[in-house]
Write a protein that binds this ligand. Structure first.
Ligand code: GAL
Length: 347
């Protein structure tokens, strides 16, 4: 089986984190059970060399303390919930605040800083790592005992598929994403401002203080958020303030929200190497984050700076639990949450 396991680090809570490596075709992906985290995506770079297209920490133990969420599977609610509270079924729930007064990426511990159970398998040359975790009722303030699985499958044609599944025993809210920072030049080989990005989104979610939505969805037409025809990340970034850190409303065809199809929402291309990534999702939105807060030691002893990598975090819009007009992030007992995002690489 094209799956290897090795030691990664021992957490401050004494838990042993492992590293898993899966290979298919010419690609190799490494992940950790710590946060069901994508550590590296290696693609061939000629002359027998490989390039890592993901940013990450300098030392294994830093995955525990970083606030960049490099490659992590984020939940229970990826992105922000305003004032760290929401109401459901007439009851108010208070969440752990970890971004000023707001709740970010599932809270201070979240699921991205816990060890997940791993089940490796392989079918028809496609290795799979299925990560699962149980989040008890009340964890970080969320109602319901939640069973979560995130299944990562690499196929020989360069596709990395992520399937999220969840079930609960009480009504709750949820939003899962992967927080990989991509750099198609290769990690540490320059900023992503020259990457060309195309996004199938005519609107984006307006945010106010603390990056919390105002409730308005604005048209991208003609402004810095208009990536519909494709343009470099850097072309209009100056007009955004500190960079892109916004949820885009994907132009999905009309369909039942309960059975969304995989929708091709993004193409990212590095004009220098010609490497390309195409992204697909069943989710209603994507948070395009241009690495505005990056400033930390990175892989290989580098120091990361702003715009060293970018994230395309699929999911619901921020603060959906407080915005009944947004697509619903509520999961009820008896329902099965099931979403998929694929990143397909051409190199
Ligand atoms: C992004 C978020 C940013 C920042 C980052 C983590 O998803 O949109 O504002 O919090 O995560 O450093």
């Amino acid at each position: 089986m094209a799956i290897d396991k090795s030691d990664f680090f021992t957490s401050s809570r004494g838990e042993k984190a492992s590293l898993y490596s899966i290979s298919a075709g010419d690609m190799r992906v490494t992940m950790s059970d710590f946060g069901a985290t994508l550590i590296s995506i290696f693609v061939p770079a000629g002359m027998g060399r490989f390039e890592d297209l993901l940013l990450g920490c300098a030392e294994p133990r830093q995955w525990e303390t970083t606030d960049a969420y490099f490659g992590a599977t984020v939940g229970r609610y990826a992105n922000r919930i305003g004032a760290s509270r929401f109401s459901l079924g007439g009851k108010e729930y208070r969440l752990a605040a970890n971004d000023g007064v707001n709740h970010l990426h599932g809270g201070p511990l979240g699921l991205s800083r816990r060890i997940w159970k791993v089940e490796p398998s392989e079918e028809a040359g496609s290795p799979t790592l299925r990560f699962s975790i149980a989040s008890p009722d009340g964890e970080e303030g969320y109602p319901g005992n939640l069973e979560v699985a995130a299944t990562y499958t690499l196929s020989a044609d360069g596709n990395l598929r992520i399937q999220y599944e969840a079930s609960t025993d009480a009504p709750t809210v949820l939003n899962f994403t992967n927080h990989a920072y991509f750099n198609l030049h290769g990690d540490g080989k320059g900023l992503v401002l020259d990457h060309e990005l195309k996004l199938a989104a005519s609107r984006y979610v307006e945010v106010g203080a603390g990056l919390i939505p105002t409730g308005r969805l604005l048209e991208v037409a003609g402004g810095p958020f208009d990536f519909r025809q494709g343009k470099t990340v850097g072309r209009d970034i100056g007009a955004t303030g500190s960079g892109y850190d916004h949820s885009f409303v994907l132009d999905r065809p009309s369909e039942k929200p309960s059975s969304p199809a995989l929708f091709p929402f993004a193409v990212l291309r590095d004009p220098t190497t010609g490497r390309r990534m195409e992204a697909f999702t069943t989710s209603p939105g994507v948070q395009f984050y241009s690495g505005n807060f990056l400033s930390c030691p990175g892989k290989g002893g580098l120091s990361y700076v702003k715009h060293e990598g970018l994230c395309l975090e699929t999911g619901f819009f921020p603060d959906s639990p407080n915005r009944p007009e947004f697509p619903s992030s509520v999961l009820n007992p008896g329902e099965r949450f099931s979403h998929e995002t694929d990143y397909r690489f051409y190199y």
